[in-house]
Design a protein around this ligand. Sequence first.
Ligand SMILES: Cc1cc2nc3c(=O)[nH]c(=O)nc-3n(C[C@H](O)[C@H](O)[C@H](O)COP(=O)(O)O)c2cc1C
Length: 293
Amino acid sequence: MGALASIVTPEYVRVSRSSGNSSTLADLQGEITAIRSGFPDLVTTIDAVVVEGDQAAIFWTSTGTHTENFLGVPPTNRRVQTRGCNHANLVGGRIAREEVTWDGSELLHSLGVRHLSDTPSTPPEVTVEDFSGDPDPQVMKTFNRQFITGVTVVTTQDGDTPRGLAVNSYASVSLEPPLVMVCIQKTSSTYPALFAATHLGINILGTNQRETIATFASKTPDKFAEVDWHAAPNGSPLIDGSPASLEAEIRERFQAKTHTVFICRVRHAEVVEASPIIYKAGRFYDSDDLTQL
Ligand SMILES: Cc1cc2nc3c(=O)[nH]c(=O)nc-3n(C[C@H](O)[C@H](O)[C@H](O)COP(=O)(O)O)c2cc1C
């Protein structure tokens, strides 16, 4: 890191060509530390350096294995190679300003993750980062309590161990193609297995599965000990007696700060005659006892 400081000027600034964002030497040092800790075997090779007057172009390749947490992404053990080019303006033989073709999102892409702010369809003036004056979290809580949902259990197979958690952030995205989404907190003990999985199961729970919800909303080590389940074609645990269950292939993982949004393509679905449970403001209700308007 000291060597890096010695080849740049005190006013050093680094500009990402893709995002237009500027960063300082301290930002760059932080980024390098994060990459080195996520990819401990990282090797960077300088492929070519072209200098003309006070301009230089540096072409490089980095290769490493993702064996440790990197920017919230649990180890995938993927071997990743990434290339970049830095265009440097030199002052007194030191780099004063660099334009770089590479930024951290490149590595995240190769690990199968995208940030919501990377989505091309997001209008530039509105991103997940852009809320000036966020509403009070209490107001958001009150807002969410006005939203009625069902409850699902999202599952995956972690080697020989079935895992899962209670989730009400399920939504159907589209029918053709059959896409669904769930939003999972990164601190969930199920998250690393879900992140590494190719498929997941989504079970819509019924009025007679109140106990099952309690189990899957807890941190109980073996949540499947008390429930009967069967494996979907790609191994995802489907809970017997659920009004509906599906298995879906994970297609996109969007990082949204504390949570990851999984967009999945449904590959298998089962529906039985049973009433789904209703969840509103922390309480559960019977869907057979509704008044039609
Ligand atoms: C009704 C209900 C809905 C929930 N929805 C979600 C959700 O959408 N995403 C999430 O990450 N956690 C959700 N949770 C919380 C998790 O189920 C809970 O944190 C659980 O203990 C996680 O277990 P794990 O850490 O063993 O994976 C919900 C809990 C309940 C009771």
